[in-house]
Design a protein around this ligand. Structure first.
Ligand SMILES: Nc1ncnc2c1ncn2[C@@H]1O[C@H](COP(=O)(O)OP(=O)(O)OP(=O)(O)O)[C@@H](O)[C@H]1O
Ligand SMILES: [Mg+2]
Length: 237
């Protein structure tokens, strides 16, 4: 099989001396949505940090478009085309929506930033309405839109989202998932951690069930949703 576009392969590592990930592998192709699910504390966020370069790996590699980027800093990975929205603290609450988007473009030195901002506003029209409002005054769902929009400002090839729908209502979740599908259709790779496992797997080309830092099940989203063992153990029946 051909090399995946982005792969964290056999990643082992953790915080200090304790390994959290044990030979964990996550991969995603262009235009594809890959979803990581699993219990609290399974190491989902840790796996995302490892792929983004925020965690030193004891073993394993991260490759993007065939290039080994294991040794690169997160900022260098952003330059290579990776965007990451962390689970928490993913916006500047004291800044306006527009300032948040501008900050997102920090690595760019071209003059098409305003154009990208218009694309973000087209994707999330409410953000345009609230562009001069402090991000901290927005609703949970709107804040997540700011966070996703901010990551899009670097024009990434891969968008990594750690629980983009955390704390939002089911309707807002559906809307966010629709926007994420729309982003993937433009050819970006989406790698996403989700607590709303059923709904996320329903839109996933590929799903990973992580347990205790290891890959427990890997298949298409559809196949995982249909698997009785996965359903019973991880999807509430
Ligand atoms: N900064 C840290 N320092 C030390 N241990 C940490 C740190 N962050 C996470 N851990 C530990 O690593 C393990 C995995 O945590 P992680 O945040 O990756 O899980 P998760 O699957 O994302 O969970 P959740 O669904 O609650 O977000 C947990 O045991 C956690 O206590
Ligand atoms: Mg997490």
């Amino acid at each position: 099989m051909a090399e995946p576009f982005l792969i964290g392969e056999a990643m082992t590592g953790g915080y200090g001396a304790v390994d959290i990930l044990h030979s964990c592998t996550i991969a995603v192709e262009p235009g594809e949505i890959a979803v990581i699910v699993g219990p609290n504390g399974a190491g989902k966020s840790t796996a995302m940090k490892a792929v983004f370069g925020m965690l030193k790996l004891r073993q394993g590699h991260v490759r993007l478009a065939g290039e080994d980027i294991t040794a690169l800093t997160p900022q260098a990975r952003v330059r290579k085309g990776m965007g990451f929205v962390p689970q928490t603290h993913n916006i500047f609450t004291g800044m306006t929506v527009e300032e948040n988007l501008e900050m997102g473009a920090f690595i760019r030195d071209d003059d098409a930033i305003a154009e990208t901002m218009e694309q973000v506003y087209a994707l999330f029209p409410i953000l345009k309405q609230k562009r001069y409002q402090k991000a901290g005054e927005l609703s949970g769902g709107q804040r997540q839109q700011v966070a996703v929009g901010r990551a899009l400002m670097t024009r990434p090839k891969v968008l990594m989202l750690d629980e983009p729908t955390a704390g939002v209502s089911p309707i807002v979740m559906d809307e966010l998932f629709d926007r994420i599908i729309e982003i993937a259709r433009t050819g970006l790779s989406i790698l996403m951690v989700e607590q709303n496992a059923r709904q996320a797997l329903a839109i996933a080309d590929k799903g990973y069930v992580l347990v205790q830092g290891q890959n427990r099940y890997t298949d298409t989203g559809k196949a995982l949703l249909a698997d009785p063992d996965v359903r019973r153990s991880f999807l509430g029946g």
